[in-house]
Design a protein around this ligand. Structure first.
Ligand code: PEP
Ligand code: MG
Length: 922
């Protein structure tokens, strides 16, 4: 026996579970064969063969590979009773790529391989259908020419269109055998002219060239871009397999058809067969959107027997795979073949619904129901949709191909979409139809609109996979990509015009339409309920106002992990009082301003506690440097100038006894006058000058490392005291009203236990006062942010004072890397990511090896001195699934993130628990 690896497996031989070796499609063909589905016979050339070929600098096929292939062709001949290259009874095959991960449309496929001038005649004799045979022949020449011989597609298209135009054919269905034969001749000529050689007649040479082309397509630009975008690294999928399958024909007459179907509706998740088919057609017609297919339900009338078989196939597929399947089928003269099946790509609402329903049907258990949905996928549920009250008249309507709504400027090609998208513009990619090479345009666009093609066209499938809204086949729109216009009746839309598409209804509107926030469906609530039962980590939200708190609750937050109190100060009605407090020259004057702020903050806390009752609410005491509440220096200088000017103008006019002129400097002065809001010019000037002096006095070279957080609380104790009082009085009121309240007072920027003790002393004193005044017991907990490296190193000592820790990983990442969180992301971080110096942006994804390590030590030391220390995270990374996994691993009690990420975090927390055994961290 040879010690060469085995490179080729018959479908009966291959291990259906080995996607790495056989690719997803190949493994499935083996699996389907094994479970007795009617699959056309064939074999798989392994990904190992592909890798060996790609590793050879001269791109030679691995030794012995083609001998093995010949042997398997012989077996295929025996199974089908046909001969490869046999003019009397020709065997034709399809040659398809297929890697471990499905990459729809990214690599190449060749159909009808094995045709040449002689076998063509055999096919005609065999089928008695010259039209069909010539059609297969011309398709093969074009596809093989494009894929294996690199002849530009347009060269064929031009010749084909010319023939169609000459005979007045609107579609290729209008062409007869003679025209198709003429097209084939023309195509042979195109190949000869372009390559300088005749089209290969030897069927084995055809097969070898096709295998090489498929292997090469793994390194093609489209495929490489796709892998980069979806982070498909070699450990996930390495190389493509090649599937060689005996052809079956859906275009052998009216009792033949071809189609694609999902075992459930991929847009809604509804439990019914969903798909499209075309009678007397070949698979590529459906996928390319050349003819608009019929909904599968019509088959119930048109081909009732086949329809029944399809329903049966759907059952068998789901029972076997326990997952929604996306399958291709062909009916050749009344016989149904299943050509491929894979897990269906669905949008988030459909994933959620099918998870819940399949669990109820007993197809999967809860663990599987949770694990089959990627947490990030839920993001789609947070998409806006059109305001139901919107009554705009649609400009056109196509197929609702991928739900959600989007507005943006029209662009007619993927490159423009990418260029404008990069500048932050919202664009809608508008095409007649899309092709795999448009993929970068999909990434950049808010949504996709095509004028041709069905719900399983390329545009629809890719958009659904990405969760972007898509309207497909809006045939009322005439898209002229060259002229860069889209015409709908009288309306001409040009590049740059704004449109809105609604992928849930298929409507297209001119201009921007109003949108609303999404709501949760019952199924999502059920699924997330299961997630909460499984998860050990709690999920809270970062919320600063009562309205935020309500939203957080709607998203299922189990508390508030961070209430940034400074956001309350920014309210326009309060800012002047905050400014008074900052400008105060004495503690008494400051106390007077704070006295006015106290009821406002108390009211806010009371309302937040009430909304969240009985859940915990972590209130963080003032954090940012106080100069942030004052205008910028340049602004103040300008305003002071204007006021001085106004003062002079008014004085001059008073001397002359005149009013302000309406133009020139007078208008400027009038504006300044209007901004005085009841103050005299002198008063306004004095206040602005006071602010300017304060801004200059407070200026710091490094405000991020400056006078902020607990340092403010120690230098201006009145501020923290007011806030502590507001929290405790609000809590006391809740207790009095019978509202369960669980407030947590949190101190930011702490680096020593002494700081914490200092603030704790205020809390104890005020707490005693509040309880005395209110006559009730007021519960609270006292804790600290951990966002300073020293705090991590002193965790044990801090935990003697703090009852809880909350990691502020925004600041902690800044401090650990010494990267300014304000600047790094638009300066060097993108390049760092591009060059692979850093895998991720540490302000988005927790750097587990550096920041994470610090956190782990902190938790360990903190709990050593206080075993019941509660620990959470409230930096941005708290809403990121991979970071959540790490937080679970180091034993945090909860994560806290922005409200819309709460559902994602809940599911991620469940995943972290369910997959904890697999987690590796070094
Ligand atoms: C943090 O630093 O992670 C944090 C939550 O606080 P802020 O972003 O307000 O500084
Ligand atoms: Mg911080």
């Amino acid at each position: 026996m040879s010690d060469r690896p085995k490179y080729v497996y018959d479908f009966e031989e291959g291990d259906g579970g080995d996607k790495r070796l056989l690719g997803g499609k190949g493994a499935n063909l083996c699996e389907m064969t094994r479970i007795g589905l009617n699959v056309p016979p064939g074999f798989v050339i392994t990904t190992e063969a592909c890798l060996a070929y790609l590793a050879d600098p001269e791109r030679r096929l691995p030794p012995g590979l083609m001998d093995e292939v010949r042997e398997h062709i012989r077996r295929l001949e025996a199974k089908t009773g046909k001969g490869f290259g046999d003019p009397a009874n020709p065997l034709l095959v399809s040659v398809r790529s297929g890697s471990a991960i499905s990459m729809p449309g990214m690599m190449d496929t060749i159909l009808n391989l094995g045709l040449n001038a002689e076998t063509l005649q055999g096919l005609i004799r065999q089928t008695g259908n010259p039209r069909f045979a010539y059609d297969a022949w011309r398709r093969f020449i074009q596809l093989f020419g494009k894929v294996a011989l690199k002849v530009p597609d347009e060269l064929f298209d031009e010749r084909f269109e010319a023939i169609k135009a000459r005979v007045g054919a609107r579609s290729d269905l209008d062409l007869g055998a003679d025209e198709l034969a003429e097209a084939a001749e023309a195509f042979l000529e195109v190949v000869r002219a372009h390559t300088g050689r005749p089209f290969p007649a030897d069927v084995h040479a055809q097969l070898e060239a096709a295998v090489r082309a498929v292997f090469d397509s793994w390194m093609g630009k489209r495929a490489v871009d796709y892998r980069r975008e979806f982070h498909i690294t070699p450990d996930i999928a390495n190389g493509t397999a090649v599937n060689v399958v005996a052809m079956v024909f859906g275009n052998m007459g009216e009792d033949s058809c071809t189609g694609v179907a999902f075992t459930r509706d991929p847009a809604t998740g509804e439990n019914r067969l969903f798909g499209e088919y075309l009678v007397n057609a070949q698979g590529e017609d459906v996928v390319a959107g050349i003819r608009t297919p019929k909904p599968i339900q019509e088959m119930a009338q048109e081909m009732p027997d086949i329809y029944r078989q399809l329903l049966e196939l759907r059952e068998r597929l789901e029972r076997h795979y326990r997952e929604v399947q996306d399958f291709e089928f062909t009916v050749e003269r009344g016989v149904l073949y299943c050509l491929q099946t894979r897990n269906g790509k669905m949008n988030a609402p459909a994933m959620v619904r099918t998870s819940v329903e399949m669990e109820r049907e007993g197809l999967i258990d809860r663990r599987q129901a949770l694990l089959r949905i990627r947490p990030e996928h839920l993001e789609q549920l947070l998409f806006p949709r059109l305001d139901p009250g919107f009554r705009g008249r649609p400009l056109a309507t196509g197929l609702p191909a991928s739900p959600g709504a989007a507005s943006g400027r029209i662009v007619f090609d993927a490159d423009t979409a990418e260029a404008r998208g990069r500048l932050g513009e919202k664009v809608i990619l508008v095409r007649v139809e899309t092709k795999p090479e448009d993929i970068h345009g999909f990434f950049a666009a808010q949504g996709i609109l095509t004028s041709r093609g069905g719900k399983t066209s390329h545009a629809a499938v890719v958009a659904r996979g990405m969760g972007k809204p898509c309207v497909a086949g809006a045939e009322g729109i005439r898209v002229d990509e060259a002229a860069r216009v889209a015409v709908v009746g009288e309306t001409v839309l040009r590049e740059g015009d704004v449109i809105t598409i609604d992928g849930s209804t298929g409507h297209v509107y001119a201009g921007e339409a109003p949108m609303v926030e999404p709501e949760f469906t019952g199924d999502l609530a059920t699924l997330l309920g299961w997630a909460d039962e499984v998860a050990r980590l709690g999920v809270r939200a970062n919320a600063d106002t009562p309205a935020d708190a309500e939203r957080a609750l709607r998203f299922g937050a189990q508390g508030i992990g961070l209430c940034r109190t400074e956001r309350m100060f920014n309210d326009p009605a309060r800012l002047p009082v905050v400014v008074d407090m900052i400008l105060a020259e004495t503690p008494e004057a400051r106390a007077a301003a704070l006295e006015r702020l106290l009821p406002m903050q108390r009211e806010d806390f009371y309302r937040i506690f009430k909304v969240m009752a009985p859940r915990p609410v972590t209130v963080r005491l003032l954090d940012p440097p106080i100069h942030e509440f004052l205008p910028r220096e340049e602004e103040l200088v300008r305003e002071i100038e204007a006021l001085r000017h106004l003062r002079e103008t008014l004085a001059g006019l008073a001397v002359l006894g005149q009013a302000l002129p309406a133009e020139g400097a007078g208008a400027e002065a009038a504006r300044a006058l209007a901004s005085l809001q009841g103050q005299t010019v002198e008063q306004a000037l004095a206040r602005k000058e006071g602010m300017l002096a304060k801004v200059r006095e407070l200026r710091e070279v490094n405000p991020m490392l400056g006078h902020r957080g607990v340092r403010l609380g120690i230098t201006y104790p009145e501020i923290y005291r007011m806030q502590i009082r507001a929290v405790l009085e609000a809590a006391a009121r809740c207790v009095q009203e019978g509202i369960a309240v669980d407030p947590e007072i949190m101190v930011p920027q702490v680096c020593t236990a002494k700081e914490l003790e200092y603030v704790r002393a205020y809390v104890d004193e005020i707490h005693a006062e509040v309880e005395r005044e209110a006559g009730v017991k007021v519960p609270f907990r006292f804790g600290t942010m951990i966002e300073v490296v020293r705090a991590c190193m002193r965790a044990g000592r801090l935990a003697e004072v703090a009852e809880f820790f909350s990691f502020g990983t925004n600041d902690l990442s800044q401090a650990t890397f010494s990267f300014s969180r304000e600047d790094a992301e638009n300066k060097f971080l993108p390049l760092y990511n591009e060059k692979g110096i850093l895998q991720d942006n540490p302000f988005e994804v927790l750097d587990v090896h550096g920041v994470g390590r610090l956190m782990q030590i902190t938790v360990e030391w903190g709990r050593r001195s206080r075993p019941d220390l509660k620990v959470g995270i409230c930096g941005e990374q708290g809403g990121h699934p991979e970071s959540i996994r790490f937080c679970h691993h180091i034993g945090l009690d909860y994560v806290s993130c922005s409200a819309p990420r709460v559902p994602i975090a809940r599911l991620a927390a469940a995943h972290a628990r369910l997959r904890e055994d697999e987690y590796r961290f070094d």
